[in-house]
Write a new protein. Structure first.
Lengths: 288, 267
């Protein structure tokens, strides 16, 4: 679905007069291959190049070196630009700055309008998209009156209405409260499960990454670690060196193992830990 | 900060006027404003008054609500009237101290006041019954022919609707920055004009920075959703004329004709 090969991106650094005084390498030789229908998480601390990578995946930025393919189309092919952007939708961090319409339904219709979809079909797509994210009853509301999580779900609906094959989410939960975060991640997982849309979730909340099929951990523009959540989070020390946390439960299991309790590596959920410790009936009441 | 300014604010209710195609209302407002300058007799103003009174009744907007919107205009109105009243030369009506009111001045001032009041009522009636969205759509459609003259009609209306969308967001942000500055000891309450102006600097600078950042984000989000200008775009809510709209155009034409006849006949 999405493939990058030795992707390099340099940002130009300008001095006070606006002359190029140097370059900063934000992405440095990243190669990855995402299969259709996968749920991918990209982790990394601030400045690790994960957002820059995301912007390459729907041709908002072009590679300095290397190449990116979306569904077999190379992103620097100008003729394919709009097809690429339709197939690979993008959700950004700040929900306020990506909603264009003054009414929820109009915002969702913005993408299809740009694609030149006939009026009757726009309405069908808007209804379908809003129902998918559970925002149908808010269709006549002003986006300003919604909560952060709801706004982000409207943004997701706006992308779904364009019928993408893949959605790239660039830290969609960074500005949300825990409730909103939960809403957005649930919507993303539902899209992946039910609609089989490929999801690339960029985040620094480790708990959101445990549902992924595959995790890429980025550091200084390179992929530092990759694998299934279980494989990646087994490397507790490496993750800490990269200034990243592992899920709290994984950390607890790791510490317990270090102090001599026999536990397997890469425990991701409370239930797994309880099972491994031979406990049962652990209450779910103190859920995060 | 802007509480109580009702002029131009959409009044949500259901009425014939609300359901009318926004293009009819936009053109109607223009015709009405022009008509106010065509007629120049009291009978003419009576016609304009009857016309606008019927429209207000049809709009279901409370008269008091419209009048409240007039408050901020009152001062301008007063100044206009006073200047016209005292500074128009002609036959003296009353004279005291150094001021004289002439017959012509009185006539001119009252007519000017009536004209301005009707003008404001007429145009606020449009914005009271039309959502900003419909208005930008109408503007884009009415200005459509200007595209041939390379006027970026679509871009103008897109800019307007984005501006409207961001007004509440930026207001909220202003409030937030203000509170943050107050918490650090900034003084926004000072009566001293110089101090007041100076206190705006730490307010405006962060506001501008954030507005530019938002603009950058929004542009990227629009591009990511395949926005490429007005070319090849379809409409989710296209404007379609219905029978009622044609009737409205008919009524409008009749009113305009009456005004022209009144002017020509000189009554």
């Amino acid at each position: 679905m999405i493939k990058t090969e030795q992707l390099v991106h340099d940002y130009e650094v300008r001095d006070d007069e606006g002359n190029v005084s140097g370059t900063v390498r934000a992405v440095d030789g990243v190669s990855l291959d995402v299969q259709p229908g996968e749920f991918i998480a990209v982790l990394g601390h601030n400045g690790s190049g994960k957002s820059t990578l995301a912007k390459h995946l729907n041709a908002l930025l072009y590679p300095t070196e290397g190449a990116v393919w979306v569904d077999g189309m190379k992103t620097d092919d100008d003729l394919k630009l709009w097809t690429i952007r339709q197939e690979a939708g993008m959700i950004f961090q700040n929900p306020d700055n990506q909603i264009i319409g003054q009414v929820v339904e109009e915002d969702v219709g913005f993408g299809p309008e740009n694609l030149g979809v006939p009026t009757a079909e726009i309405w069908e797509r808007v209804e379908e998209a809003l129902k998918t994210v559970g925002m149908w009853e808010f269709r006549k509301k002003s986006p300003n009156r919604l909560s952060g999580g709801q706004k982000q779900r409207v943004s997701i609906a706006g992308v779904i209405a364009m019928h993408p094959k893949c959605i790239i989410m660039d830290e969609p939960t960074a500005m949300l409260d825990p409730g909103g975060r939960h809403e957005v991640i649930r919507a993303a997982r539902a899209l992946n499960d039910v609609e089989k849309i490929t999801i690339i979730l960029i985040t620094h909340h480790m708990e959101e990454a445990i549902y992924a099929d595959h995790i890429f951990v980025m550091d200084e523009g390179k992929i530092a670690l990759q694998g299934t959540p279980r494989e990646v989070f087994a490397h507790v020390e490496e993750m800490q060196q990269l200034h990243l946390d592992v899920p709290k439960v994984t950390l607890l299991a790791h510490e317990l193992r270090k102090s001599g309790i026999p536990l397997p590596e890469g425990i991701l959920t409370k239930e797994e830990l309880a099972q491994a410790l031979g406990l049962s009936g652990v209450s779910d009441a103190q859920d995060r | 900060m802007f509480d109580g300014v009702t002029i131009g604010q959409y009044y949500q209710t259901d009425s014939v006027l609300h359901r009318l195609d926004p293009r009819v209302k936009l053109i109607g407002t223009f015709v009405y404003i022009i008509s106010l300058f065509i007629v120049n007799t009291w009978i003419g103003y009576l016609a304009a008054a009857v016309f606008v009174a019927v429209l207000i009744t049809l709009s279901h907007v409370p008269f008091g609500f419209i009048m409240r919107g007039m408050k901020p205009i009152l001062l301008i109105l007063l100044i206009t009237v006073v200047f016209n009243l005292f500074l128009t030369p002609g036959t003296t009506l009353v004279s005291f101290w150094k001021l004289t009111i002439t017959y012509e001045g009185l006539d001119f001032a009252t007519k000017m006041a009536v004209r301005l009041i009707f003008l404001i009522i007429g145009s606020s009636l449009m914005t009271l019954t039309t959502t900003p969205n419909q208005l930008t759509d109408a503007l884009e459609s009415v200005m459509g022919p200007l595209k041939k003259l390379h006027v970026p009609v679509h871009e103008i209306s897109m800019m307007m609707s984005i501006a409207l969308r961001f007004i509440p967001i930026l207001m909220e942000e202003t409030d937030k920055i203000m509170k943050a500055q107050i918490a650090r000891g900034a003084d926004f309450e000072s009566k001293n004009l110089m101090k007041k102006i100076r206190s705006l600097v730490p307010l405006l600078v962060p506001l501008f920075v954030s507005a530019f950042r938002r603009a950058n984000d929004l542009a990227m989000a629009m591009e990511a959703r395949c926005y490429k200008g007005g070319e090849g775009r379809t409409k989710m809510k296209p404007l379609v004329y219905r029978t009622g709209d044609y009737t409205a155009y008919g009524v409008l034409a009749a009113y305009a004709a009456v005004c022209v006849v009144l002017r020509a006949a000189g009554i």
